[in-house]
Design a protein around this ligand. Structure first.
Ligand code: NDP
Ligand code: 8X3
Length: 254
């Protein structure tokens, strides 16, 4: 039986990915900070789901989580680096430095450090797959995207650079870059619980659902061993790129 390790398993994409992978016959280690949510999932998914407390921003928590995996003699075949968050939509010049720090700690440092734990055993086994959760925000700039988008640009480049370092091994790395998705806590967290603003964001739009992302993860994982899906960019049909902004009537600088 293959073992998957899914971060951010307590809600949204992560929870849907756990459900889908269990359905595909995986043993799934679902990790997050909120153990109460993971225990509900454990009750739903049964013995092949293992709930694991993990704060990806805390080196001691990462150490302890992987010590538990090692103690259980589990070899991770598939790492899904999904834990992440956006905090705020303010322009950079007025945004919170604490929010910036938390996004960097989670989306950049956390993702890198979890990967660092898993890579040696995958290389030794000459087998394994890492699927990172990037975002269209890592490619397309938009007002208020500042550090969140930059953190996802890190995820994109880190994924490609991992491939460069893993050349000559059978370890595979993919990056999924979703656009507007509903049915997760992402916007509730980003907009600090302002449910009216969350509703307005998704009003009259058929957004991507967590199950669509979970199906994408499953599709990537099912590819034959000689195929590496580098990047999947996925938007709802209702979303597309907008024109570049031009600020008119700016005072002349001379
Ligand atoms: P959710 O808020 O529903 O899920 C985020 C998950 O990340 C939760 O399970 C949360 O668990 C976990 N998490 C956050 N911080 C930490 C931490 N320090 N340590 C461990 N786990 C943590 O959002 P989504 O499911 O939408 O987001 C999942 C990923 O998808 C994120 O990386 C996000 O950036 C990305 N994404 C989302 C999009 C969207 O529109 N929804 C679009 C593009 C990308 P807990 O709080 O229990 O720790
Ligand atoms: C989430 C997608 O467009 O809100 O990563 O940044 S977006």
């Amino acid at each position: 039986m293959k073992t998957a390790f899914v971060t951010g398993a307590s809600s949204g994409f992560g929870r849907a990915i756990c459900r889908t992978l269990i359905g595909k016959g995986y043993r799934v280690i679902g990790a997050a900070r909120r153990m109460d949510k993971l225990q509900v999932l454990e009750a739903e998914l049964g013995d092949n789901f293992i709930a694991l407390a993990l704060d990806v921003t805390d080196p001691l928590s990462i150490e302890s989580a992987f010590e538990q995996v090692r103690a259980a003699s589990l070899q991770i075949d598939l790492l899904v680096n999904n834990a992440g968050l956006a905090l705020g939509v303010d322009r950079a010049q007025v945004s919170s430095s604490q929010n910036w720090q938390q996004m960097i700690d989670t989306n950049v440092t956390g993702l890198a450090m979890v990967t660092h734990k898993v890579l040696p055993q995958m290389v030794e086994a000459d087998s394994g797959m890492i699927i990172n959760m990037g975002s269209i925000a890592g490619t397309y700039p938009y007002p208020g995207g500042n550090v969140y988008g930059a953190s996802k640009a890190f995820v994109r480049q880190f994924s490609l650079n991992l491939r460069a370092d893993l050349a000559g091994t059978r370890v595979r790395v993919s990056n999924i870059e979703p656009g507007l998705c509903s049915g997760t806590d992402f916007s509730v967290v980003r907009l600090n619980g302002d449910l009216e603003a969350v509703q307005a964001l998704y009003r009259d739009v058929e957004a991507i659902l967590p199950e669509d992302i979970a199906a994408t993860v499953a599709w990537i994982a099912e590819q034959p061993g000689h195929v590496n899906i580098n990047t999947v960019e996925i938007m709802p049909v209702a979303q597309s790129s907008a024109a570049l902004n031009v600020a008119r009537n700016l005072p002349r600088c001379f």
